[in-house]
Write a protein that binds this ligand. Structure first.
Ligand SMILES: Nc1ncnc2c1ncn2[C@@H]1O[C@H](COP(=O)(O)OP(=O)(O)O)[C@@H](O)[C@H]1O
Ligand SMILES: [Mg+2]
Length: 261
């Protein structure tokens, strides 16, 4: 039985897709079979972020219309052999797809994969409803600003209403200088507002943007700080107890992270 995890957020641009791709890579690096679903129908961006856009031949609409079967839609990653991408559908959103097709899709994926990671679209309608109806767990991606945290709080309420109670958060784009200067909120503020366990911290780093643009996920840079961040997030998903990745001296870190160590 696979673990089905939806990656969601209150607003767009916080890093859901970046977290989905790199977490999927980090899990696949443990030789686990991972299917990453691009739920952001219309934008079609995960294939580009993974450098797989030239390998996308079919989408779910082709399954619906009988041009191919489910296996042909899945695109194998070039570097992680146990990772497949289910690309976004050009013309349809999740909830427009025939329920029977979706049921057989999920049934097939559950037999084949250890993890199904769904990059949910921004907002809380349509695709969000579908993604949350099939997921067992949720990761809420937040930034340390009030708007992101307040919107996320609303999403947490909706997830609970949908019966998803295993919810954790990833704090993305954390900027230590901004925290020190008081421009950014602190991790402890996010914990106060959302009361969620912190699955991990991902630092704000321009290499993430470059990696996404080049189709070479930052996880693949083995010595990079962000590689380590996602490695630790994957370990926590797998139930290990590991430290939060830090890049400044311990005293500073403990002060900032107060409450989660
Ligand atoms: N940790 C990070 N540091 C710097 N930039 C980031 C980070 N995470 C994401 N980004 C950038 O922020 C933008 C939005 O990220 P994306 O993953 O597309 O967000 P979402 O899927 O939530 O809309 C992209 O340009 C991405 O490269
Ligand atoms: Mg996205």
């Amino acid at each position: 039985m696979s673990r089905i995890i939806v990656v969601t957020s209150g607003k767009g641009g916080v890093g859901k897709s970046s977290v989905s791709v790199n977490l999927a890579m980090a899990l696949a690096d443990h030789q686990l079979k991972v299917c990453l679903i691009d739920g952001d129908f219309g934008l079609k961006n995960l294939d580009v972020m993974m450098g797989l856009e030239n390998r996308v031949v079919y989408d779910l609409n082709d399954v619906v219309e009988g041009r191919c079967d489910i296996r042909q839609v899945l695109v194998k990653d070039k570097r992680m052999h146990t990772l497949h991408l289910l690309p976004a559908c050009k013309s349809l959103s999740f909830d427009q797809l025939d329920t029977k097709i979706m049921e057989s899709l999920i049934h097939h994926l559950e037999k084949e994969y250890d993890f199904i990671i769904i990059d949910s679209p921004a907002g809380v309608e349509q695709g969000f409803n579908y993604a949350t109806s099939i997921a067992h767990e949720a990761i809420v991606v937040v930034n340390l600003d009030l708007a992101s945290l307040r919107d996320s709080d609303r999403v947490v309420g909706l997830l609970m209403k949908k019966g998803i109670h295993q919810i954790s958060m990833v704090i993305n784009k954390m900027n230590q200088d901004d925290i020190e200067s008081g421009k950014s909120l602190m991790v402890s503020d996010a914990i106060d507002i959302l009361s969620l366990p912190v699955l991990g911290i991902v630092y704000d780093h321009h290499d993430m943007i470059e990696a996404n643009n080049k189709g070479m996920p930052v996880y693949l840079k083995k010595d990079h700080l962000l590689h380590k961040c996602f490695h630790h997030i994957a370990l926590r998903v797998l139930g290990h107890k590991v430290d939060y990745v830090q890049c400044k001296k311990r005293g500073w870190f403990s002060r900032i992270i107060l409450g989660i160590e």
